[in-house]
Write a protein that binds this ligand. Structure first.
Ligand code: HMG
Length: 420
């Protein structure tokens, strides 16, 4: 396979406030264990006045540029993956380009397909670089979203928000992608959607879980076939054993556990002494083996997602950030798998090799500090924020680096408040 392409640098941004899921459970008279054990969540990010998809994206982008010392002239493309954009026409990428002062000689656009939009952006950027059209330049890919289902809905504990910025280049310090070996699976369904003009998502919750699991099976089968042909995994034995870790899209952490069990069942299909289909493969022994491999292969990727909640397009990349933050030293030179799911639906299973110096590189993202600087709010404060009209501006809290500051002549305006 051609040129090395992948993720050179990564930074994250989260809203300033969060709600503990135990507090939410008590307020809803639900056993807290349902949210903390049943869904696997600890905290959920709450975007407040002045914070939106643009400010989160710009904050993650600015953090990346300053923490990794990236020269702006290196960047020739900016792609923002989002499903919670702020305008039907003007791209979030345009606002971010302006706020970060990026060069004019670049391509900027947004990508949308529910939570898959971030992966669409990553793949567009990596194809641009791999094709040679980038001519040595890099792409800034930012995934940014705020997940809202509404007060009192079953989806309420699975809300969240945040952004992940990634520099994609031919110097993949963090993760070199196995280009051309993806497995994909798409189908036309209504598992989750958000009609034009609505702030809250509509979702057929339990059906959406089944759709996600069908997509894991479909995309992983195709990846397996292609990865085996490319010699990335052994022809015999469990292919997932050749993946040191697997990061999944994380609408809530228990979903990654379900996804991993599904992936293991797919691998056992047709193996001697095992059932011929996924549906028949859920024997107790296999579930136990899947649970053991989940702790080793998946759990480290869930530390950050369990504290920010669903971040839609950014979710898989928060899982990747979590994994590298926890384990990059041990993963140097090893192959990992990634599964991206976007309702509606489309999905992709892909893989890559962690860089030898990924541990030092991810340190620069300061992920622990980003989480620690947040403020815990109570349920009354959370509900007040949730019931504010769209585009409410901050009253007196002028903490930055960027804030939405209202409309002027029908144009959305942002303010730079401080350095990151
Ligand atoms: P629910 O119906 O309220 O919850 O909503 P439940 O009754 O299914 O319980 C959840 C889990 O908690 C179950 O575990 C219970 O057993 C357990 P499971 O059986 O599934 O393993 N439980 C307990 N555990 C310990 N102690 C207790 C207790 N009580 C129950 N006392 C649901 C859950 C996820 C459906 C809801 O939150 C929802 O609708 N969320 C939004 C949809 C969603 O996240 N779907 C995921 C797949 S689709 C996707 O990922 C795409 C998406 O990100 C959007 C995009 O692409 O843009 C959503």
């Amino acid at each position: 396979m051609n040129q090395r392409v992948g993720i050179e640098a990564l930074s994250v941004a989260v809203p300033r406030r969060y709600l503990a899921l135990e507090d939410l459970a008590r307020a809803r008279t639900v056993d807290p264990a349902k949210f903390t054990v049943g869904l696997g969540l600890r905290e959920m990010a709450v975007a407040g006045p002045g914070e939106d998809t643009v400010t989160l994206a710009a904050t993650a982008g600015e953090r990346l540029l300053s923490a990794y010392g990236i020269e702006l002239s290196r960047i020739g493309m900016l792609v923002v993956g989002t499903e919670t954009g702020v305008d039907h026409s003007k791209a979030v990428a345009s606002y971010v380009q302006g706020l970060l002062g990026l060069p004019k000689s670049m391509r900027t656009f947004d990508t949308q397909h529910a939570c898959y939009g971030g992966t669409a952006a990553l793949m567009a950027a990596s194809d641009w670089i791999g094709s040679g059209h980038a001519d040595g330049r890099a792409a800034l890919v930012i995934c940014s979203d705020i997940a809202r289902y509404g007060i009192g809905t079953p989806g309420e504990p699975t809300q969240g928000g945040g952004a992940v910025a990634m520099l994609v280049s031919d110097r993949p310090e963090l993760l070199a992608l196995d280009r051309g070996v993806s497995g994909v699976y798409s189908t036309d369904i209504h598992d989750f959607w958000r009609p034009i003009g609505q702030r809250e998502a509509r979702v057929d919750g339990h059906y959406s879980i089944d759709c996600y699991l069908d997509a894991v099976a479909g995309a992983y089968r195709m990846w397996l076939e292609r990865a085996t042909r490319a010699g990335l995994v052994p022809a015999n034995g469990l292919a997932s054993d050749a993946l040191a870790r697997i990061a999944y899209h994380v609408p809530f952490c228990k979903m990654a556990r379900k996804a991993h069990a599904q992936l293991r069942r797919v691998e056992l299909e047709g193996q001697p002494g095992h059932p011929a289909s996924v549906d028949e493969a859920a024997s107790v022994v296999e579930e136990r083996a899947a649970a053991a491999s989940f702790e080793a292969q998946v759990a480290p990727s869930l530390l950050v997602p369990s504290r920010v909640g669903n971040t839609y397009t950014a979710s898989l990349y928060f899982a990747l950030a979590s994994l590298l933050h926890a384990d990059a030293n041990a993963l140097a030179g090893k192959r990992i798998g990634l599964f991206s799911y976007g309702s509606g639906c489309t999905s992709e299973f892909f893989s890559g090799v962690v860089g030898d110096h990924a541990s030092a590189a991810i340190e620069r993202a300061g992920i622990r500090d980003v989480l620690e600087q947040r403020q815990r709010i109570d349920v009354a404060q959370y509900e007040r924020i949730m019931t504010m009209p769209p585009d409410t501006q901050p009253m007196n809290e002028l903490r930055g680096p960027f804030a939405f500051r209202g409309f002027e002549d029908q144009r959305r305006r942002y303010r730079r408040l401080a350095a990151v």
